[in-house]
Design a protein around this ligand. Structure first.
Ligand code: B12
Ligand code: SF4
Length: 589
C-alpha cells in the first residue's frame, strides 16, 4: 500500500456524529472561537508537524470536526477509508472530545486494522493506562506536554521495526497484551527548539490541497486569530485548572514551566505580522517568567514594529510601568484578564491572589495608555460561589461599566465553567477541599456524559453552594442581565442584544422541554419529540449567552500576503506535477 504520509493527525468533534444527534450543548464554547463541537485542534499539531518534517517525516493534519461542521454531506468514514499513513494520531487533549476521539479511533481501526493509532494531549496523559487497557482501538498513548521528539523516535521504530521499550513518554500494549508504561522522561526545559510556524501550515495546505483540513475553527477565514506560545506549564495553581503547576507536576512530570526566549517569541509574531494581518494572542502571562523576560520581549517587539492587533493576557494585574512599556512597544494592544468573580475571597480560593483595587487600577491605566480593549472574564461554578454571588458579579460589571463604560473599551463576559471539571486539577483530585462533588471520574463516565441531551446533564460536577440546575439557571440569568448592560453602554447594538436575549429565552424553554420529554414513558413518542427539537436545539448552542463576534478585537481590514501564497502555490504545483510524472515512470532522479 502506498503511504502518503508517515503520520496523519485527526482532530475529532466532541461528539461523533453530532449532526445526527439532539444535544443542547449550551454556552460551553461561548468564550472561545470554536463552536460547541470544539473544532479547534491542539496548536501542538503544528509543532509536531514542523518538528517531524525536519527529520524527513511527512505529517498531515485533518480537522475532521471542522469538515463535518462545514458540510452535512461530508463523509468522514469515506475520507478515513482512503487514507494510508504509517500511523494515525488522534488528540484527546481536551476532555470534552472523549466521545468523538474514541469513536474516530474505532472508525480508523475498522478500515485499517493493522495501522497503529496513537492518542496524545493532556487528557490522554491523565488517562493513559485506562485508555490502553479498555479501548482496543488505541495502540499507543504519548504522554506529556512535549511529544515532538518521542514521536520522532516512535515513527523511526515503527519504520525499522525497532523496540518500543526505550521510547520516552510512551504507554503501549505489548505482544502479550500487557500494558507497558515507559518513563515520562522527555520534558523540554525551554521552547526554543519548538516552532508554531504558520508558514509551514500554509505550505501543507497547498501540499495536500486541503484548506478545510487545516483550518483551525469555522470562522477562521473571516477572522483569522492567531496565537504565539510563550510557555508550556504554569506557575499558578488555579484549583480547577488541568494546566496548573499542580497538574503539570503530577501529570506531565513538569517541575517548572518551559518558556520560549522572548526574542524568538517576538520573531514569531513578526512572521505572522508579515503573512497575515491577523490578531495575535500571546498565550501565557509575559510576567510569569519574571519582569526581566517581559522587558526583553517588549524591547524586541518595539524594534520589530508589529502592526497587528496583539492581545496580552495577565494572570495578576501588572505594574503601571509594564503597561507603559506595552503601550510603547505595541501600537494596537488589548488585554485579557480573568478575575473569575467580583468577590475577592472566591477569587483567592480559585487561585488568583489580587483585589479589586489592583484590577481597577490596571483597567484605568491601560485605558489611559490607549489600550484598544480589555476583556474581563468571570466564571460560574466556583468554590464558595452562590447563586446570589453570581448576580453580584454581574452587578460589579455594572459598576465597572458606570466608571469605564464611556470608553467602550472594557468588555465583561460571564460564562459557566463547563462542561467538565478538568481531570488532574486540584479540585478534581481533592474535591472536598474546595466543596466540589465530582460526577464523572473515569473515561467511560465522561464519554457517556457527553451523550446527554442537554448541558445540564453533561456538567461533570456540582458544588456545595450550587446544584447543576442552579449553575445552568444562574448562567442564563446572569447572561441576560449582562447582555442588557452591554446594550445600555453601547458595547453591542440593541438589535444584537435583543437576538441574544431571545436565544437565551428559547434555550431555557428547550431545556425544560428536554426535561419533560425524558419523562415520557413511550420511547417512540420520545424519539419523535426529540427529532422535532433537533434543528431548534442546534441553533441555540452557538453564541448562547453572548454573541461570538463580541470576542473579536478591533482590527483593520484583514490582509493575507497573497504574493507569498502565490509563490509557494506555484512551487508546490510544479513539485506535484514532477511527482506525478515520476509515479507514472516517466521521470526519475
Ligand atoms: C492555549 C489554551 C487554549 C487555547 C487553544 C489553543 C490551541 N489550539 O491549542 C483556547 C483559548 C482556544 C483554548 C480553548 C479551550 N480550552 Co484550553 N487551554 C489553553 C492553555 C492555556 C495552554 C495550552 C497549552 O499550553 N498547550 C501546549 C501543549 C501542552 O499542548 P499542545 O502543544 O497543543 O500539544 C502538545 C501535547 O499536548 C501533545 N498532544 C496534543 N495533542 C496530541 C495528539 C497526539 C496524537 C499526540 C501524539 C500528541 C498530542 O503533543 C503536543 C506537542 O508536544 C491550557 C492551560 C495550560 N496551562 O496548559 C488550557 C487547557 C488546555 N484548556 C482547557 C479547556 C477545558 C479548554 C476548552 C474546552 C474550554 C471551553 N470550555 O471552552 C476549550 C476547547 C477549545 C477547542 N478545542 O475548540 C483545559 C483542558 C482540561 C482537560 N484536560 O480537558 C486546560 C488544561 C486548562 C483550562 N481549563 O483552560 N484553550
Ligand atoms: S487558569 Fe490559572 S493555573 Fe490555569 S493556566 Fe491560567 S493562570 Fe495557570
Amino acid at each position: 500500500m502506498r503511504q502518503e504520509a508517515d503520520l496523519i493527525l485527526l482532530h475529532p468533534p466532541t461528539v461523533y456524529d453530532f449532526r445526527e444527534k439532539v444535544i443542547l450543548f449550551g454556552p460551553i464554547s461561548d468564550l472561545v472561537p470554536s463552536t460547541p463541537v470544539f473544532e479547534m485542534y491542539p496548536i501542538g499539531f503544528t509543532s509536531i508537524s514542523e518538528y517531524l518534517g525536519r527529520f524527513g517525516f511527512h505529517v498531515r493534519i485533518i480537522n475532521i470536526a471542522l469538515k463535518m461542521l462545514r458540510s452535512k454531506r461530508y463523509d468522514a468514514e469515506e475520507e478515513i477509508k482512503n487514507l494510508h499513513p504509517r500511523m494515525f494520531g488522534i488528540d484527546l487533549h481536551w476532555m470534552p472530545h472523549v466521545q468523538g476521539s474514541l469513536a474516530l479511533a474505532e472508525i480508523v481501526k475498522k478500515y485499517h486494522p493493522t495501522t497503529p493509532v496513537i492518542f496524545g494531549g493532556l487528557s490522554s496523559t491523565y488517562y493513559h493506562e485506562e485508555l490502553i487497557r479498555n479501548y482496543p482501538q488505541i495502540d499507543y498513548v504519548m504522554r506529556g506536554d512535549s511529544t515532538e521528539e518521542p514521536l520522532r523516535q516512535l515513527l523511526s521504530a515503527i519504520k525499522t521495526g525497532g523496540p518500543l521499550d526505550q521510547i520516552p513518554n510512551l504507554t503501549w500494549r505489548d505482544s502479550e497484551g500487557k500494558v507497558r508504561v515507559n518513563p515520562l522522561s522527555n520534558i523540554v526545559d525551554n521552547l526554543n527548539g519548538i516552532k508554531i510556524d504558520y508558514s509551514h501550515i500554509m505550505k501543507k495546505v497547498m501540499r495536500y490541497r486541503d484548506l478545510a483540513g487545516y483550518t483551525p475553527y469555522q470562522k477562521w477565514l473571516n477572522y483569522p486569530a492567531t496565537a504565539v506560545f510563550s510557555v508550556r506549564g504554569c506557575t499558578h495553581t488555579c484549583c480547577i485548572c488541568g494546566g496548573a503547576a499542580y497538574a503539570f507536576r503530577k501529570n506531565c512530570n513538569r517541575q517548572k514551566p518551559a518558556y520560549r526566549d522572548p526574542e524568538l517569541l517576538a520573531q514569531d509574531m513578526k512572521t505572522i505580522d508579515h503573512n497575515l494581518n491577523a490578531p495575535i494572542i500571546i498565550i501565557g502571562d509575559m510576567m510569569q517568567p519574571g519582569r526581566e523576560y517581559a522587558l526583553r520581549l517588549l524591547k524586541a517587539l518595539k524594534k520589530l514594529k508589529i502592526r497587528n492587533p496583539v492581545a496580552v493576557e495577565f494572570f495578576v494585574p501588572p505594574a503601571d510601568d509594564i503597561l507603559e512599556r506595552i503601550a510603547e512597544a505595541i501600537p494596537n494592544f488589548n488585554i485579557e484578564m480573568s478575575p473569575e468573580s467580583h468577590d475577592e475571597e472566591i477569587r483567592r480560593t480559585f487561585g488568583r491572589p489580587y483585589g479589586n483595587e489592583e484590577l481597577e487600577r490596571m483597567i484605568d491605566t491601560s485605558l489611559r495608555l490607549g489600550c484598544q480593549r480589555i476583556d474581563l472574564f468571570f466564571m460560574i461554578g466556583l468554590s464558595k460561589q452562590t447563586y446570589q454571588s453570581v448576580l453580584d458579579t454581574v452587578d460589579y460589571c455594572r459598576l465597572l461599566l458606570e466608571r469605564f463604560g464611556h470608553t467602550k473599551r472594557l468588555i465583561p463576559f460571564i460564562s459557566p465553567y463547563a462542561p467538565f471539571i478538568d481531570p488532574g486539577s486540584e479540585a478534581f483530585e481533592n474535591p472536598e477541599k474546595f466543596g466540589y462533588k465530582i460526577l464523572c471520574r473515569t473515561v467511560e463516565e465522561h464519554r457517556r456524559a457527553m451523550e446527554n441531551l442537554s448541558w445540564k446533564y453533561v456538567l461533570s460536577y456540582e458544588t456545595k453552594w450550587m446544584t447543576r440546575s442552579e449553575i445552568v439557571d444562574s448562567s442564563y440569568e446572569a447572561g441576560m442581565i449582562l447582555n442588557r448592560l452591554k446594550a445600555k453602554y453601547g458595547l453591542i447594538n440593541p438589535k444584537k442584544a435583543e437576538q441574544t436575549e431571545r436565544r437565551m429565552q428559547l434555550a431555557v424553554k428547550a431545556m425544560k422541554e428536554i426535561d419533560e420529554i425524558m419523562l415520557l414513558p413511550d420511547e417512540a413518542e420520545r424519539e419523535r419529540r426529540l427529532q422535532e427539537l433537533k434543528t431548534r436545539v442546534r441553533k441555540l448552542s452557538e453564541s448562547t449567552i453572548c454573541e461570538k463576534k463580541e470576542l473579536e478585537w478591533p482590527t483593520r481590514l484583514l490582509r493575507m500576503n497573497i504574493g507569498w501564497i502565490l509563490k509557494n502555490w506555484f512551487q508546490i504545483e510544479i513539485w506535484h506535477r514532477l511527482l506525478a510524472l515520476k509515479n507514472r515512470g516517466q521521470w526519475s532522479c
